[in-house]
Design a protein around this ligand. Structure first.
Ligand code: 13P
Ligand code: SF4
Length: 354
């Protein structure tokens, strides 16, 4: 939708009043009306790295979801305040692993006699508590752009991996990128006693995948891939690794949001692409690359926005920037010190991956 000109002007004016005091980060799934005010845009890895790029900025306004703002708070200085324009912008996948459930899982692994061999690898899309658990148990964080390197690192530290909370990213990386078989993976269901697995299954597994998923990417199916190939001869199918394994297996290319953008930038004129990721990003790319004669369509017939990413809209951004410009700190995201200490350990292991 076209931005309201009055709100655009107010956001511009408030940002100007704040000057260097504010640094605005925008994830690629954000709305056009919001992304136009971002000083930096990126996938979750790039934004985690860039959050610390402006140590002089008093306010980091994070246009994204809650776990991203928490990670930014962990990686910035104590004086910097991270602000999320709408506190209801969570991530349903991150909510699928709670600290209590993960502690219980660790007890199950301990009882099966394998906890010592297990290295936790947690997807960025998890709460600070889960990141702290990961740091405490010698593990690392990963994003969709470095999952393979994170798994390789973890397999140098131990024999098995507990991958949280996205089963699809874990499975896709292990099977598609590292040569494991589907039988090397088991799924731990936090809603069943013992995760729904026997001690023997746990002992045989290489990858213990948490039963979490992204409902936005879960909408893409093998049928959507077959349909688009029939509709558009010669189409290249490019999907995010949060898609189901069968979708990723049927696609031509797989990667993070930043990787998707770079792939399209490098694509030749006249090429055709079906993209399996969130719709704000796909629409923006379709508009941007139409001028270069690259045809870009959304992989599915239904509309898939991430509803929580979409909560950050121009009215929320204007309210946030005007409040900060008036000296009123709103919607601060602050991780407590102890959690921060261990979560930072896990995040720094990720940032140090080769
Ligand atoms: P990226 O790291 O690829 O931007 O993905 C983040 C995300 O939440 C995907 O759903
Ligand atoms: Fe979470 Fe999925 Fe939205 Fe990404 S797209 S923020 S994983 S719900």
């Amino acid at each position: 939708s076209p931005s309201d000109p009055d709100l655009v002007e107010r956001a511009r004016a408030a940002k100007e009043r704040l000057g260097d005091k504010v640094f605005v980060l925008g994830h690629h799934y954000q709305r056009d009306e919001v992304i136009q005010f971002a000083d930096v845009t990126g996938d979750s890895f790039k934004l985690a790295r860039d959050a610390a790029a402006r140590p002089d900025a008093e306010y980091i306004v994070f246009c994204g979801v809650h776990f991203m703002a928490e990670s930014a708070d962990i990686l910035t200085t104590d004086d910097q305040k991270v602000v999320l324009p709408d506190l209801a912008a969570g991530c349903s996948m991150a909510d699928m692993a709670t600290a209590e459930q993960v502690a219980e899982c660790w007890d199950v692994l301990t009882e099966a006699g394998i906890a010592e061999q297990v290295v936790p690898v947690s997807y960025m899309n998890s709460s600070a508590d889960i990141k702290a658990f990961t740091g405490k148990h010698g593990g690392t964080i990963c994003t969709s752009s470095n999952a393979k390197r994170a798994l390789e690192w973890a397999f140098e530290q131990g024999e098995k991996i507990l991958f949280l909370p996205d089963q699809h990213l874990g499975r896709n990386t292990a099977v598609r990128d590292m040569g494991f078989s589907l039988d090397d993976c088991v799924v731990y269901n936090p809603h069943k006693p013992g995760g729904g697995l026997t001690a023997e299954q746990l002992r045989d597994a290489k990858m213990i995948l948490w039963r979490g998923h992204c409902s936005v990417h879960g909408r893409f199916s093998l049928e959507s891939v077959e349909d688009v190939r029939a509709r558009i001869p010669g189409v290249n199918v490019l999907v995010h690794p949060e898609c189901k394994h069968e979708v990723v297996a049927a696609a031509d290319h797989v990667g993070s949001t930043e990787h998707i953008i770079q792939t399209l930038e490098a694509a030749p004129a006249g090429s055709k692409w079906a993209i399996g990721t969130e719709l704000n990003l796909v629409r923006r790319l379709a508009n941007r690359f139409a001028a270069e004669d690259k045809e870009i369509v959304f992989l599915d017939k239904t509309v898939c926005f991430c509803s929580t990413m979409n909560r950050i809209d121009l009215p929320h951004l204007v309210w946030t920037l005007e409040s900060l410009a008036d000296g009123k700190l709103v919607n601060r995201i602050e991780v407590d010190r102890e959690t921060e200490q261990f979560a930072k350990l896990a995040l720094e292991r990720m940032l140090a991956l080769p």
